[in-house]
Write a protein of this length. Structure first.
Length: 297
């Protein structure tokens, strides 16, 4: 004999089950990550692009480079110009050697004449003439050194803008290297080797997935019970009606209310004002961007 369950009792069971289901979590949302789009900083053909979607890439790793032949040739040209300019610099030591020797001889003659004057073997005029000769040679030497110094300085000034251009080329060459800025997993590739790229053109998108964020929404009634740094329980669908459970930490709470996203199923819930929160969860590889998650505070 089959036992009949009254309709009222059946409805009560269903409502109780629904209430229990509702109490399983306090908020829900989707997982997201901080995504970085890495763009080209130079124009040219991508010669190498050593990465694939799903690959984990460390920060600072060179993943490719853009053809830089013209920049390399320009740098060599600038270095050759600097060499040409500096080859015109005067050899001050060599060009003043003759006058230095004349000065040395004039000073020795002055000293010899002074000894002769002391022995009454020469006149004071001869000593004065010897002193004048020393002064003349010194002035000639000073004038030549000044002239050669000015010429050398002018040539060095001509080298300065060439040095600046070389530093500019070095900067452009560095931008031809595709250096991964953040460690993470490659989500999307927008370019391939042998394609032509340009400054600002996306090459790939990467995100760190070892720690992922659940963006959920809470009501004004729940707001006083949630604070940054709070540890919460995060539930993710597993198999059947079971959940995978993770520990999460509230990392951010919005400072302004907003309308609930339309992904919320009922019209009544969509009409409510809510606050967005971000909960950081350590990812074991199961959590994916866009996956739904539920939070129990």
């Amino acid at each position: 004999m089959k036992t009949k369950i009254p309709a009222i009792a059946l409805i009560s069971i269903v409502l109780a089950a629904c209430q229990n289901k509702k109490k399983a979590y306090d908020a829900s949302g989707t997982f997201e990550a901080v995504e970085t789009i890495v763009s080209s900083e130079a124009a040219g053909i991508i010669r190498v692009l050593d990465l694939e979607e799903g690959q984990v890439v460390d920060s600072g790793r060179i993943v490719g480079y853009i053809d830089s032949t013209q920049l390399y040739l320009k740098k060599r040209q600038l270095r050759a110009q600097i060499g040409t300019v500096r080859s015109g610099k005067p050899d001050i030591t060599a060009q003043t050697a003759a006058l230095k020797e004349q000065l040395h001889q004039a000073e020795r003659e002055q000293q010899r004449t002074a000894r002769l004057v002391a022995a009454d073997a020469a006149t004071q005029k001869q000593l004065d003439d010897a002193g004048t000769q020393v002064l003349v040679v010194k002035k000639q030497l000073a004038a030549l050194q000044s002239s050669l110094g000015i010429t050398s300085g002018n040539l060095e000034e001509q080298v300065v803008p060439l040095d600046v251009q070389i530093r500019q080329v070095d900067d452009q060459l560095s931008k031809c290297r595709l250096v991964n800025p953040v460690g993470g997993t490659v989500l999307t590739k927008y370019a391939e080797a042998n394609e032509v790229t340009a400054p600002g053109k996306p090459v790939y998108k990467i995100a760190a997935l070892n720690s992922i964020l659940l963006r959920a929404y809470i009501t004004g009634d729940q707001l006083p019970h949630v604070k940054p740094g709070q540890t919460v329980k995060v539930l993710v669908d597993d198999t059947g009606s079971s959940y995978k459970t993770y520990s999460g930490t509230v990392s951010w709470i919005s400072d302004k209310a907003e309308f609930t996203p339309k992904t919320i199923q009922t019209k009544e819930e969509r009409a409510n004002l809510v606050y967005a929160v971000k909960i950081r969860v350590k990812n074991d590889g199961y959590l994916k961007i866009g996956m739904y998650g539920e939070v129990k505070f």
